[in-house]
Design a protein around this ligand. Structure first.
Ligand SMILES: [Zn+2]
Length: 689
């Protein structure tokens, strides 16, 4: 189903795949919780002293962990982050189980959460139901009399989280952040990105072949014979390849100016004469959409041409496939496994599918995120943690302002704007001040699939109702139980859900060197997103509006080019280079975020305070080692290839090496000298902020 739609959110990690799996060193899920809650401080056993910090800081900090952990069969990667997520998933699972248990005086929301979970876990009922829960949608497609009716089917699909042709959602207007507007974006394809359809390297050809098998298998399961299923798969590939060809590439999509095209209904109708937009908007529940933002007009125009050139029969096949693909997780096991064979095995190299409860936790976090999140925050988040975290955020924002006031490469006028932007950043920590109301969402114990679609439609309507209304600045884009963080440029806010306020990022019981090396680096990272290649194009009020002088912008770009060059030179899997352009924003956030957290922490120390030295390390060393250790991880080759092609984050190893090797404070802490592998000559080191 369609997931979080705000494409501008600059998160600390990949937003998908929250659910995790116990690793081989742990005997039971309960241990995972103890591991997180019972240990305070650096994990010395995760280090490897056979590596020198001057040669390879990543393996120095993490070699012990890497040697003692395998990637579980159910995972495409594994690491400290994933362990933390698993611990959080186990807590959420407890909440779900409690809500579903028979007990007196359940609140309506507990009833809803419990019913959602019970229906999702009832695999016997799911098998028994077969395709009957989507019979209505199947009939809708089969009953199409003309291409004009495509608009009606797609509106129904989009309301219910089913992919098709393009994406629609409601979000802040990038150039008027006081308004919520409808947004239209390219979409409707099943492979990870456009190049997967067009690139003829052996790996991509093999992926396409596996995708075709996935399509054939799924149609076969619906009752088609082999010949029919193969013919349908061919049709799907023709349509999706044409959509991919019309799509904007991943690098252009990073530029917010290139994906902003405001138009009204008449403009959209002129752009897509072959699509019945009035029918679409009235069916979706927004008969008068007003001004909207179209991400890729060229794509929409090409789609209009495709509607004309492909037959109605072709479109029906494509829609049937989109339906099966989008809802595979809710269907009987054979469909789930067909999807896993492709998405899990072929794309990510995973050997086994995650247990059902973990998949259900991830799904429930989307369907009822804030309802579950309230229970999570009530039980697992302390007021003291919130206060400590707020103090850290305050120190880091203050540090940023001080640095900006002295920033030499920037003119005083742009500097003033930058300081103004920092002073208007809104931090959100732990959980929202007010909670969403879920009453009215239809959830029962009869059908997991209908529950999922109802939840998506309910959440869709919730956004739709905001069009034309004042923006609610108290809202959160992620629920509290998620181990992640984000910067949202259109609201100029940094958001840290309770999930990331856990060890090794954050621990009330350890010294602040570790907290600044962990959570502080996350705060710095999100703050710097406000000033990276994308965020820097938004002003203090969250509007896409230039506040730079031309000379300052040129200077900024010259500095960012150093970062592009640095990361372009890193290779994974022996020969696969990181894409320095694609990862630029994240790399800037990593480097300067770490720099600013370090400086803020140093300034928070009293000058009289002696360094207590712990575990044989100075506090500066401990700061950097903890930063290194939040990235303890390994990843399967297939998943790594996909990450390099589609993910704006650099692989963990280079998030450590790439950022530390730019910081003089790191050089001082470990005595890095010219000739060391971690050494970068001054002329190549990057410092923007
Ligand atoms: Zn980020």
């Amino acid at each position: 189903m369609t997931r979080y739609k705000n494409l501008l959110l600059a998160s600390f990690l990949i937003l998908t795949g929250w659910a995790c799996k116990t690793d081989k060193t742990k005997s039971s899920p309960a241990d995972a919780v103890q591991l997180v809650e019972g240990s305070h401080g650096l994990h010395l056993e995760n280090m490897d002293s056979s590596f020198s910090p001057r040669e390879d800081f990543f393996h120095y900090a993490n070699g012990g962990w890497i040697n003692s952990h395998d990637i579980p069969a159910e995972e495409s990667s594994w690491g400290v982050f994933r362990e933390l997520r698993e611990g959080t998933d186990i807590k959420v699972h407890e909440i779900l189980k409690n809500c579903s248990a028979d007990k007196a005086d359940k609140s309506p929301i507990e009833q809803m959460i419990g019913d959602y979970y019970a229906a999702a876990m009832d695999s016997a009922a799911i098998e028994m139901a077969g395709l009957s829960p989507i019979q209505m949608e199947r009939d809708m497609i089969d009953g199409l009399q003309s291409k004009d009716g495509l608009a009606k089917v797609l509106a129904h699909f989009h309301r219910h989280g089913i992919s098709g042709c393009f994406d629609f959602w409601v979000d802040l207007d990038d150039k008027n952040s006081t308004k919520m507007v409808p947004k239209l974006y390219q979409g409707g394809t099943g492979l990870p990105d456009r190049d997967y359809y067009l690139d003829d390297s052996p790996r991509r050809v093999a992926i396409r072949k596996a995708y075709v098998t996935y399509i054939e298998t799924s149609f076969g399961l619906t009752g088609d014979d082999e010949v029919t299923a193969a013919a349908k798969a061919k049709t799907v590939m023709r349509v999706e390849t044409a959509l991919a060809k019309a799509s904007m590439g991943i690098l252009d999509r990073r530029d917010p100016d290139k994906t902003y095209h405001k138009m009204d209904l008449a403009g959209l109708e002129a752009l897509m004469p072959n699509f019945n937009w009035q029918m679409y908007f009235s069916e979706i529940g927004l008969p008068e959409p007003g001004d909207m933002v179209v991400g890729m007009p060229d794509f929409m125009s090409a789609l209009s041409g495709m509607i004309d050139s492909y037959s109605l029969a072709d479109w029906k096949v494509y829609l049937h496939w989109s339906l099966l693909r989008s809802l595979a997780a809710y269907l009987p096991q054979a469909y789930v496994m067909a999807n896993f064979e492709f998405s899990g095995k072929t794309l990510s190299g995973t050997e086994e599918i995650r247990p059902r409860w973990q998949r259900v936790v991830a799904d429930a976090n989307h369907a009822l995120g804030m309802a579950i999140g309230k229970k999570y925050a009530d039980t697992y988040f302390s007021a003291n943690a919130k206060q400590v975290a707020l103090d850290m955020v305050g120190n880091i924002l203050e540090e940023m302002k001080n640095r900006l006031s002295k920033l030499e490469w920037m003119s005083p006028e742009t500097r003033e704007q930058a300081i103004h932007k920092v002073s208007k950043i809104m931090p959100k920590i732990g959980y929202p001040d007010k909670w969403r109301d879920y009453s009215g969402m239809k959830v029962g114990r009869e059908s997991y699939l209908r529950n999922g679609m109802n939840a998506t439609a309910f959440n869709f309507q919730y956004r739709l109702d905001k069009v034309g209304k004042p923006v609610d600045k108290t809202e959160w884009g992620l629920p509290p139980q998620v181990v992640n963080a984000y910067y949202n440029p259109t609201q100029n806010e940094i958001v840290f859900p309770a999930g990331i306020l856990q060890a090794p990022f954050f621990d009330e019981h350890v010294d602040m060197a570790l907290n600044y090396g962990g959570f502080g680096a996350v705060i710095g990272h999100e703050l710097i997103h406000a000033f990276d290649d994308q965020g820097s194009k938004f002003d203090a009020d969250g509007n896409l509006k230039n506040w730079w002088t031309d000379a300052d912008r040129e200077n900024f770009e010259a500095r960012t080019q150093k970062v592009v060059n640095q990361y372009n030179a890193y290779k994974v899997l022996d020969s696969l280079p990181i894409n320095g352009r694609l990862t630029l924003g994240e790399n800037i956030a990593d480097i300067d975020g770490l720099r600013i957290s370090f400086a803020a922490w140093q300034h928070s120390l009293s000058r009289l305070e002696a360094d207590p030295m712990k575990d044989g390390f100075s506090r500066e060393q401990r700061f950097f080692i903890n930063y290194g250790q939040i990235w303890s991880s390994k990843m399967r080759a297939e998943a790594m290839r996909m990450q390099i092609a589609t993910n704006p984050h650099s692989p963990a190893q280079y998030r450590v090496i790439g950022s530390t090797s730019n910081l003089p404070a790191f050089y001082a802490a470990f005595g890095i000298k010219e000739g060391d592998a971690m050494y970068r000559p001054d002329s190549l080191r990057m410092q923007i902020w």
